[in-house]
Design a protein around this ligand. Sequence first.
Ligand code: FES
Length: 164
Amino acid sequence: MQVTGEYEPVFTGDRRARLDAILTRYPTKRAALLPALWMVQEARGWIPDTAMVEVAQALDLTAAYVKGVVTFYTMYHQHPVGRHFIQVCTTTPCNLCGAEDVVRAFLEHSGCGELGATSPDGRFTIVEVECLGACGFATPVLIDDDFIDGVTVDKVRELLARYP
Ligand code: FES
């Protein structure tokens, strides 16, 4: 991978200063990879290949190594997503309690239509995820950084309205 064309770097100005401050907290540059990737996602909404190259250069890593990490963690987006990213647990315990119906309600009321797609108004992208660690509180949902448990079909519409 290479940075070509009109790439606008992420780590300039205040962000570069933030990254430098983060680097002082770790024994190696490599150890700062996850927070550096968060900064990219914060700035761009997702992590394009070109940004992976920039991160690799900043941390003295290979772009392939950075891509391996980005593709390992589901929390890093490899393509543009809606303003609000919704993760619904559909692992067996939640599934038995109606998680599939909750997912269907999210897809319908958000306008996304299908998993991984972004709603036409750009507000939402919805994905299914494995256990969110709240198996006794089906159905748990993450909307951006908000953890919400006990979501049922009848709560979905009101929940979406909280995220303009
Ligand atoms: S199975 Fe859904 S939170 Fe654990």
